[in-house]
Structure formats: C-alpha cells, structure tokens
Design a protein around this ligand. Sequence first.
Ligand code: N1C
Length: 306
Amino acid sequence: MSDHRFSSVPTEEEPGCCHLSRKAKVCLGVLLCVLVAVAVVVGVLKWPRAPPPRAWNGTGSTPHFSEIVLGRCFTYTQLLRPELGHADCGQIGKAFMNAFLSKDPCHSSEQDYQLLLKLTNQTIPCHSSVFWSKSSQLAHLYTTVQQDMFTLEDTLIGYIADGLNWCGDAGSNEMNYQSCPHWRKDCINNPVSVFWDTVSKRFAENACGVVQVVLNGSISNTFDKNSTFGRVEIHNLHPGKVSVLKAWVMHDIGGVYSYHTCSSPIIDDLKLILSKRNIPFTCEDDYRPIKFLQCVKSPEDSSCRK
Ligand code: N1C
C-alpha cells in the first residue's frame, strides 16, 4: 500500500491553495482593479511636471498671440498690400514663434529673429520712410493719410507686431501669458525690446533719399539719445543712401507750454550726430501737413484759423 502522506498533488476532495470560491475571486478582482486605479491616480499626480514659468515684472504675452500674428499677416498681404501676396504667413508665424519659444527670455538676440526678418523682407521706395519718437499716434495718422509714406508699422513686420507683447520660457515650449521681463526691472535683452531694436535697425539701414522724423516738441525729451530713434535708427542710416533727414517738431494743440523747438539745444544734439555721420539735416516746427491733421481734431484753436 502506497503512502500518500508526502504527496503534493491535491486530491479531488482536498481543495488546493488556488482553488478559491467564485465570490473570493470576484473580491480579489475588484481589489486588484482598485489598486491599479489608485496607482494610476498617484502616478499621474506625482509625475514630474515642468516647473511653472518664472514670474517677471512686465505684462505677459498678449492672449491669442499666434492667431493675431497670423491674422494680421493675412490682412496685410492679402488686403492692404496685395503686392506682398506671395508672402508665406504660415512660415512667418512659425518663424516668429521659434524666435522666442523654449528660450530664456533674458537672452534674446538679433540672431533669433534672422529667419523672421528674411521672410518679411520688403522694399520701401526711396523718399518714403518716416521715423518717429514719442509721437507714435501723430506719425501714424500722417502715413495713414499719406498712403505712399511708411513708418515701420506700415511695413509687414511692424504691422504684425505693433502693440503686442510676447515671451517664452527656457523650461517649456509654451508662451508665458502670466508675465514677461520688464526692460528696466528685469533685463534689456528681452524678446520684445530685441525685436524692435532689430527691425528698427533694418528699417533704418534700408532707408534712402529724403527721410523724415516726427518729433514731439511738447515733452522734455523731444530728442532722446536712449530711444530707439536716437540709439538705433540714426546710427544705422546710410550716408551714401540718405540724402537728407527732415525733422518735424510738432507741438500739441492747446498745450500750455512748448518744451522744445528746432532752435532748442536738444535738437543741436541730433544735428551734431548727423553731421558727424555726413547726413544733411533740416528741421521745421509744426510742419503744415501734420499740423492740419492736429487741426482736424481742434478746428477752433486759434493756431488752426491762420
Ligand atoms: O523709442 P522710440 O519711440 O524712439 O522708437 C520709435 C522708432 C520709430 O522710428 C520706429 O521706426 O523706433 C521704431 N519703433 C517702432 O516702430 C515701434 N513700434 C512700437 C520702436 N519702437 C516701437 N514700438 C514700441 O514703442 C516699443 O515697445 C518701444 O519700446 C516703444 C518706443 O516708443 P518711443 O519711445 O515713443
């Protein structure tokens, strides 16, 4: 007679360790599901996420930035200046985003914008460039009426970016809509300041013939060496290409006090820089074609009745 005492094979009658009842199996299954679900939830919550973007002192990127860029590009190239209809707005939009996304917003460089500059290349006829400083509204009113004159904002690249704000973050491929570096409080090499310096430089380099600048005679810094005009543009005009720079010093209508006129020493600073660069310079106070635009708003002013 064989001895079954050491046999490990369970007999039909003796249930083995894995022979669980149906109820126990269901319970075990549910438990397993709950454990997996808990593990997934914990995993998702604990998954290392990109740190939030840095907080800066300036306003964040303009909401819907990329859509605005694309829309403005199409408006300009299809409706305003159809001669630029061949421009590839998709590529322009991408080049603009790639200039600053995933990059440290305090280490922006001219180089970042090179592809964008190439894609928005535009020929501005000689005798039609208009610069401005602290007189944005009036200068743009002037070129809106004089359709053959161009400020930088009347060119494709200036039109696209005018009034917008943008920055990214080195640790993410998203735009920072919360805050962007302030040029004074955070850093000068931020994407917006570098952009305007870069495109203003190209705008000045390309200017030819008679060029104009609209200055504000109703403020203390009518000519400011630290402004984009004083720091970038006048130093990038080509003496061989620019025949004369004509400055129009405009004064607010009804303003109590005219800070500066063409005979003020501050205008001599501008004159001196240009004479050193061999660029002829003229200056006129309250240039009539622009003065008339001011008078449209204040026709009753005594200076408008002359
Ligand atoms: O610093 P500014 O003026 O002298 O700059 C104006 C000057 C113009 O001739 C333009 O060609 O520089 C060019 N330019 C712009 O076109 C422009 N559009 C918007 C420079 N800056 C421009 N901006 C924004 O306005 C930008 O954020 C910059 O810092 C201000 C400069 O305005 P400003 O001091 O009146």
